[in-house]
Design a binder for this molecule. Structure first.
Ligand code: MG
Length: 394
């Protein structure tokens, strides 16, 4: 009888141990703790799981591929899709570009077109084809352009056997940086651009991130995180200026009937510099995020009971060393230590897993200065483990 009562009370004791509960079955009190620039621990199980995206398929010359499941489709090949585009000069007017055989074709003289949709940082996929009938040379052959946020041109040009000034060739950041390679297919064939675009970020008048563009032409890397230098110009050196948060995608009418198909984008997560919480953050942003994580863990703890609850409360200390929580945990360890003093050798043996886990949690919190290093329970648990050689691999 006495034994059963003992186990019941030990089991219900507020105790810092891992137990099976709703949180993912991953280790906590594990990788290096959050610091001044990382709000998450290394291998942090509390970190949100990535969004599930069903990948698309690759295009062939005959047929465009399928976009990934979370893509915003700007042109899929249907005439109806033109409703999402307007004349750039007169945005009240529909575009005069035409849809022919599933492709959106520039009608020379109709002017640039732009999407009604506005967006900023993105992964953008665009496919284009220069006219198969070769006419003109240099900048006059199959010229168009993809204007990110309507301001930064990634050049579209038929440079297959057609040299031009390198900073104006297909895949160039026009006027700024040539493509690292000329990976074009012959005119008439479909070319694909995969672009990763980060707009410049300002804090008032101060440029805090220049923005970057990465471009793959037909799967070949041609722009590798190339810093932007502001909006694209012609002949003149471009200069930085503040960008809005979003803008339309524009396609250039440069007088050639270039065709487009399969245009979609995926918005990108925010960079730390603009409030994103993945990556290295400022001290202030890290502190704010850590407090937020701790708060949500403590809220979650309220939905739990017994050991699971105490485990979760202790976990909040990894992110934020709240003195009130520290005191609560210390009190709980004192109560547990008192129970251990009364326990028989058999009782302790039966609680091996629990004790090992409690010890791990305490050692972790002490190592990262979340709990005092002279915590009596920590020493006691270590002693139990060493005496019984539980720490030795068998
Ligand atoms: Mg152009």
């Amino acid at each position: 009888m006495r034994m059963r009562r003992y186990f019941q009370s030990l089991y219900l004791l507020p105790l810092v141990v891992t137990a099976s509960y709703a949180a993912p079955p991953l280790p906590s009190f594990y990788g290096d703790a959050p610091d001044d620039s990382h709000p998450w621990a290394v291998h942090d199980r509390n970190r949100p799981q990535p969004a599930i995206v069903t990948p698309g398929t690759f295009s062939t010359q005959e047929q465009p591929g399928k976009p990934p499941s979370d893509a915003v489709v700007l042109f899929s090949g249907k005439s109806d899709d033109l409703a999402g585009w307007v004349s750039d000069k007169n945005p009240q007017e529909a575009t005069r570009w035409e849809v022919v055989d599933g492709a959106m074709q520039c009608v020379p003289g109709a002017g640039y077109i732009r999407t009604k949709e506005e967006f900023g940082d993105c992964q953008l996929h665009v496919e284009w084809a220069a006219p198969s009938k070769v006419e003109g040379d240099s900048q006059g052959r199959g010229n168009s352009g993809v204007f990110l946020m309507g301001q930064v041109e990634i050049q579209v040009l038929d440079n297959y056997n057609n040299p031009s000034y390198p900073d104006g060739m297909a895949g160039s950041l026009y006027g700024v940086n040539p493509p690292a390679a000329n990976a074009l297919r012959p005119p008439g064939e479909w070319q694909s651009y995969d672009i990763i675009f980060r707009r410049p970020v300002y804090n008032g008048d101060e440029l805090v991130d220049p923005g970057y563009v990465t471009v793959f032409v037909n799967g070949v890397l041609v722009q590798d995180h190339t810093p932007l230098e502001g909006p694209t110009g012609h002949k003149g050196r471009t200069k930085y200026k503040p960008f809005p948060e979003a803008g339309p995608l524009k396609l250039q009418d440069h007088g050639n009937p270039v065709r487009y198909r399969n245009i979609w984008y995926r918005p990108l997560p925010k960079r730390p510099v603009e409030g994103g919480t993945d990556g290295k953050l400022s001290k202030e942003a890290t502190a704010a995020k850590r407090a937020e994580i701790a708060k949500s863990i403590l809220e979650d703890a309220e939905t739990l009971e017994g050991r699971a609850k105490w485990h979760r409360i202790a976990e909040s200390l990894i992110y934020y060393k709240d003195p009130v929580v520290v005191d609560k945990i210390i009190e709980a360890t004192e109560a547990y230590e008192a129970k251990l003093e009364e326990a028989s050798a058999d009782d302790i043996e039966a609680k091996k897993a629990e004790i090992m886990e409690a010890s791990n949690a305490l050692q972790y919190l002490i190592k990262f200065d979340r709990l005092p290093s002279d915590l009596p329970l920590a020493a006691k648990l270590k002693e139990i483990i060493t005496e019984r050689e539980w720490d030795k691999k068998k």
